[in-house]
Write a protein of this length. Structure first.
Lengths: 299, 97
């Protein structure tokens, strides 16, 4: 019945009883990623939360073929899969590389940049939970300013988040999009679209993480939604250089009723030591990017 | 799935309950009051936001709604997102709630 209501694929490729945490934003996002990509997909991923979700040998909780690779080599592994499939003339299969923000922003960036430059025909998905959550909340270059992590336990993180989207955009990709599991239909539609396009495609999912961010598991969707409504995460897609807002961000841009970041910050334990000055800096950082996006959306 | 590829030495096979019965993780259990549940009231496919937002995919979007308590981890997203407040979280020890 929900297939007519939400216009999504009813098939579940992620079986119940998987190993992700309670209220995991990744498992919610991954459920819709797989629904959108359907069969004829090969997933490759490094050691990350997704490996945990896929489970321990000899069983797995996902019915899509998957290949484990080493940490920095996600995009290289995908390039190999594409080359192998081409060699045996299987061009109907979509190769998807998925890595967390550590495996993308920090370690995987050279392999990803190489694959993007070669124009390898694959989808690269970065699920951005803003830290090394799988190994115990260490700081990554995706961690926002003012957040406490296990490697910045006394002083909060002083640097703002790396703008990976701009780095990837510089590769002139045919398709680039940001999504959030708080808006599953938006996420689903973008992956359906990405599957149809040829070339290297980059998708970034802003995934809330209950244990790492310090909030109750029941608030995963609410936090994801607040991230979008405060402009921390902007939902957009860039198709052949053409920038377009989508979903909730589009209505926010039209109405101009973006919330202040304090609404997002106050609900998370990781921001408890944030100073007022850092809060102002975070707000400025969000506003600068938001104004840039607004200018680009106008054309 | 059954065919064994000799080139692959370690291949995992899909299984339900890979991490065991994940219902054991729960301390709060979702209970649906069908008199408040929108699809049950309207008697047609409507709402189903719990199905949409369930990270585990354990909610079956049928009328009446079914929740697979064997694998539900009890995160409480369904109760939080339910617009009719039909789903409530009750302590595991209590009956019905």
């Amino acid at each position: 019945m929900p297939e007519n209501l939400f216009k999504v694929n009813i098939e579940e490729y992620m079986l119940p009883g998987q190993r992700a945490c309670q209220g995991c934003g990744l498992s919610l996002a991954y459920r819709y990623v797989l629904k959108a990509l359907r069969e004829n997909t090969i997933v490759t991923f490094p050691a990350c939360c997704l490996t945990v979700l896929h489970g321990l040998y000899p069983t797995t909780s996902v019915t899509i073929p998957a290949l484990n690779c080493t940490l920095a080599s996600t995009a290289a592994s995908a390039s190999g899969l594409v080359a192998g499939l081409n060699a045996v003339n299987r061009t109907d299969i979509t190769v998807v590389a998925i890595a967390g923000d550590g495996g993308t922003f920090d370690m995987g960036i050279q392999a990803l940049s190489g694959a993007a430059e070669r124009g390898t025909d694959f989808i690269y998905v970065c699920y951005d939970n803003e830290g090394y959550m799988n190994t115990g909340t260490q700081r990554s270059s995706a961690t926002p300013m003012g957040a406490l992590t296990s490697t910045t336990p006394v002083l909060t993180k002083q640097q703002p988040k790396k703008d990976m989207l701009r780095i990837m955009e510089a590769h002139d990709l045919p398709y680039l999009a940001t999504t959030s599991p708080a808006y599953p239909i938006d996420l689903y539609d973008k992956f359906v679209k990405a599957k149809r396009i040829k070339g290297a495609r980059y998708m970034q999912i802003a995934v809330p993480c209950p244990p790492g961010w310090g909030y109750a598991p029941k608030d995963t969707v609410r936090i994801g939604r607040l991230a979008v409504e405060t402009g921390i995460v902007a939902l957009f897609e860039i198709e052949d250089g053409k920038f377009r807002f989508t979903g909730r961000t589009k209505t926010l841009a039209e109405k101009g009723n973006k919330l202040p970041v304090i609404n997002y910050v106050e609900r998370q334990g990781r921001f408890r030591k944030m100073s007022i000055e850092q809060l102002r800096q975070l707000q400025r950082w969000v506003d600068t990017r938001w104004n840039e996006y607004l200018k680009r959306a106008e054309g | 799935m059954k065919k064994k590829d000799t080139n692959i030495s370690a291949m995992a096979t899909p299984a339900v309950g890979e991490a065991g019965k994940t219902g054991d993780w729960r301390d709060m259990r979702p209970v649906c009051d069908h008199s408040k549940c929108i699809p049950s009231i309207k008697k047609k496919a409507a709402c189903f936001l719990c199905w949409l937002y369930c990270p585990e995919g354990v909610i079956k979007a049928t009328i009446p709604l079914e929740i697979d308590l064997e694998y539900c981890k009890g995160c409480g997203i369904c109760a939080e997102e339910c617009p009719g407040k039909a789903i409530t979280m009750v302590n595991e020890g209590e009956k019905n709630g």
